[in-house]
Design a protein. Structure first.
Length: 216
């Protein structure tokens, strides 16, 4: 048993969170049309924010994880995972349908993954997320909120750690997303991190920090 919680980023919107007791939560696995190299992963729980192929390739995870892809609270292995309904566009889902925000607590740290959020969340959703410590937020625009809207939302939530996601990288096959530069120029102060970071509740930043994780 380790005494730290691990966050690993694989690009696009794919993360694996590993608890101190080695419970692994995977989020939004992509397919071969998203990035050229697909990782082979293991998780106890897999969260799907919406059923688009770049977020719902469950076969990336081996050994039959528990899959959650609906709203409401589900308890798996002692972890309460809440799916919160939002929209994938700014027209109440008319263009791209619904999207789930997933909120869960691991080792006393509250995480939120915003999926392919397409508009600023309603006040009742924001109120549910005010205690979030680690926020995973899309910044690439086109299919999601853009970097300016992401910055506004970060200021609404005031999390301890912000991890940008869903942007164009050098090996991304989805070329119409913005790269990370516009977002980083806006926030100005950020930290470049490794592929995996280890955190503890007691060591979280006092003020909001933006962490850019390597995707491989």
């Amino acid at each position: 048993m380790d005494n730290e919680t691990k966050i690993t980023y694989y690009g696009q919107s794919l993360f694996v969170i590993e608890s101190q007791s080695s419970i692994k939560i995977g989020i939004d696995p992509y397919n071969k049309f998203t990035r050229p190299n697909l990782p082979s992963l293991v998780a106890d729980i897999v969260l799907i924010t919406h059923n688009h192929p770049d977020h719902a390739n469950i076969s990336l995870f081996k050994d039959g994880p528990t899959v959650i892809k609906g709203p409401g609270i589900t308890n798996v292995k002692g972890i309460d995972i809440e799916g919160i309904s939002t929209y994938h566009d700014n027209l109440r889902g008319f263009l791209r349908g619904k999207n789930l925000i997933f909120k869960f607590e691991v080792d006393g740290i509250v995480f939120a993954h915003l999926g392919d959020l397409g508009q600023k969340p309603a006040d009742e959703v924001i109120n549910k997320l005010l205690n979030v410590n680690v926020l995973m937020i899309p910044v690439g625009g086109t299919f999601t909120i853009n970097y300016k809207k992401a910055y506004e939302i970060i200021n609404d939530f005031n999390p301890k750690v912000v991890i940008p996601m869903h942007y164009r990288e050098k090996d991304s096959k989805v070329k119409i997303l913005d790269n990370l530069d516009n977002f980083l120029n806006l926030v100005k102060d950020y930290k470049m991190m490794d592929h995996t970071v280890s955190i503890k509740k007691d060591n979280l930043p006092v003020n909001t920090e933006v962490w850019v994780l390597k995707s491989s």
